[in-house]
Design a protein around this ligand. Structure first.
Ligand code: ATP
Ligand code: MG
Length: 558
């Protein structure tokens, strides 16, 4: 019986278990190429592959470095990939594999195909191979080398391996069908010559197997049962099966299944473009908090649970679509909403002197960290004194209609504290506001208000002499346009604003690095451990409280 509540991949696995296709084995793999850091699209694949393994008794997921192209791969990427998968919550145990460990075996399989007359060495340069291959509407033409004898092919192939030829001089191709409607089947290249050092194999090899040849055989060698990849590989499936069939590997063989990749607007998810952002210094490295990389998200303060919930919300589909970035932000907030204590921090301070509060006196207020609808409880002492800071934006001399914060002669409630009234505005010679003089009403203490006063606005504040100076980094979306056409035009130049003169209440400063907070009315923030080690409290904005983006676009008339 198929359980229709499950995604289509799990339904297939259930059927295989029922039929006993692989006995009771369920073995998946996640096969990144170590040529860049993992991004949130990869996270989706990680949750699918490792998630499936976790769901079935005895299920296993291999982490395999798909490292058969020596030109862009390195150890930095291998280490980053391992770190990121661990952070996403998957312990690999000893299930770490490298396709490059199979080079010798793969060579033997290739030789086997040559001996069978199913592969040949071709002398055409790359562009001519492409030209000979035809088009979707036109069949390809055989090259003059297609009918080389097995002996000649074996000799040339071993010469390729021995380094007797230059890059591009020869390739090994599968001998399939140049008229096949599937272009992938028109005698695809299996091996090419690359005189390039491999980060693990050194100079042992100068021929390297192509993805299609490497992948299916690596799956077979590792005993993978379900080889799950993204839709762009749909046409490669026929070749996947052909290679396993012609190499005559034992049955049952692994099978390939495709799902829709994750696409998100306002960001990029191709490693090539991410690398370009890093190299051209649009961002500060692969783990810049603006990057959609797992390392970037971690650095920003996003939790692995939020990434998981988001990926689950997108589901596993068979048709491609683009997910709105706002959906991701929703899951980030949703997770932090119940976890992050709410505290007070003023980003752009304006001094307020409360003239009727005694000089030198501190009153400790008991301020709860969480609202009533959150299961967590707890509170802290919040000092109140004669001089405080409020947000510059929370005061205006020319209030528009519906402005419920502080204005000359107006009243506002200070969160967890009292109602204050603005008595006087002190300005400099240019009319710039230096400070406000206010009075407070002792009968309006939060929770014990006996005044009967009603004010519409509540603002955040900190006690000037108790607050600590912190730096805040306001991150926004990487792109200002939904999709990337060219970096220069589309990268959001306001994706990072640094505020160096912010003031946070004392409890924030006592928290360990890695703490997350909701700064009331301004957003969710993360005390960045990396910066902490450099001796400065730096808080990254993880996400705003509400979606400000659509409002900005509206204002711009977009
Ligand atoms: P990119 O397109 O970013 O360069 P890639 O597909 O070349 O990525 P790989 O390292 O080959 O990167 O990917 C490893 C695995 O992650 C593959 O199985 C691939 O299908 C999957 N994957 C890559 N991007 C996405 C995505 N956006 N959504 C879901 N899965 C993805
Ligand atoms: Mg790939």
């Amino acid at each position: 019986m198929t359980d229709k509540s499950k995604d289509f991949l799990r339904q297939i696995i259930d059927q295989d278990l029922e039929k006993g296709t692989y006995g009771n084995r369920v073995v998946t793999r996640f096969p990144p190429e170590p040529n860049g850091y993992l991004h949130i699209g990869h996270a989706k694949s990680v949750f699918i592959n490792f998630g499936i393994a976790a769901d079935y008794p005895g299920g296993v997921c291999h982490l395999r470095m798909d490292d058969s192209d020596p030109t862009k791969e390195n150890y930095e990427y291998v280490e980053a990939i391992k770190r990121d998968i661990k952070w996403l919550g998957f312990d690999r145990g000893d299930k770490l594999f490298f396709a490059s460990d199979y080079f010798e075996k793969l060579y033997e399989y290739a030789e086997f195909l040559v001996k069978k007359g199913k592969a040949y060495v071709c002398s055409l340069p790359e562009d001519e191979i492409r030209e000979h291959r035809g088009t979707v509407t036109q069949p390809g033409r055989p090259c003059p080398y297609r009918d080389r004898s097995v002996e000649e092919n074996l000799e040339l192939f071993s010469g390729m391996r021995a380094g007797e030829f230059k890059d591009g001089e020869y390739v090994l191709r599968a001998k399939i069908d140049l008229a096949n409607p599937n272009m992938k089947m028109r005698d695809p290249v299996l091996y090419r010559i690359r005189h390039t050092e491999h980060y693990r194999q050194g100079n042992k090899w100068c021929i390297y197997p192509m993805y299609d040849f490497t992948h299916c055989l690596s799956d077979y060698i590792e005993g993978i049962t379900h080889s799950i990849c993204t839709l762009e590989f749909e046409n490669n499936r026929e070749l996947y099966d052909w290679i396993l069939e012609e190499c005559e590997v034992r049955k049952p063989r692994p099978c390939q299944y495709e799902f829709a990749r994750l696409n998100l607007n306002y960001t990029v998810m191709s490693k090539r473009l991410l690398l370009e952002l890093v190299e051209k210094k649009y961002v500060n490295g692969w783990d810049d908090p603006r990057m959609p990389t797992i390392s970037g998200l971690r650095q920003r303060g996003v939790t692995p649970e939020a990434v998981k919930n988001f990926c689950e919300s997108v589901g596993i589909a068979k048709a491609n679509s683009v997910v709105d970035y706002a959906q991701f932000e929703h899951y980030i907030r949703d997770d932090l909403n119940t976890k992050a204590p709410r505290v007070l921090c003023v980003l752009r301070p304006l001094k307020v002197v409360i003239e009727n509060f005694p000089e030198g006196k501190t009153q400790m207020l008991d301020a709860p960290y969480y609202p009533h609808d959150v299961p967590l409880t707890g509170s802290r002492d919040l000092p109140f004194s004669r001089e405080i800071y409020i947000e510059r934006d929370d005061f205006t001399q020319n209030p528009p209609k519906g402005f419920f914060r502080l204005k000359p002669g107006g009243e506002v409630r200070l969160r967890h504290a009292y109602i204050i009234k603005c008595e006087k505005v002190i300005t400099d010679e240019n009319g710039g506001i230096i400070e406000l003089r206010c009075t407070y009403d002792p009968a309006t203490k939060s929770g014990q208000d006996t005044s009967g006063k009603k004010v519409k606005g509540t603002i955040h504040w900190v006690s000037a002499c108790h607050a600590g100076n912190i730096e805040v980094r306001l991150y926004d979306r990487l792109l200002k346009n939904e999709t990337l056409e060219n970096l220069e035009n589309d990268v959001n130049e306001n994706s990072l604003k640094i505020l160096t003169d912010c003031r946070a209440e004392p409890s924030v400063l006592k928290s360990p690095p890695g703490s997350r907070f909701q700064f009331e009315r301004t957003g969710y923030f993360y005390l960045c451990p990396q910066e902490y080690e450099r001796g400065k409290p730096v808080f990254n904005r993880i996400v705003t409280l509400r979606d400000s983006w659509s409002k900005i676009l509206k204002k711009q008339g977009g």
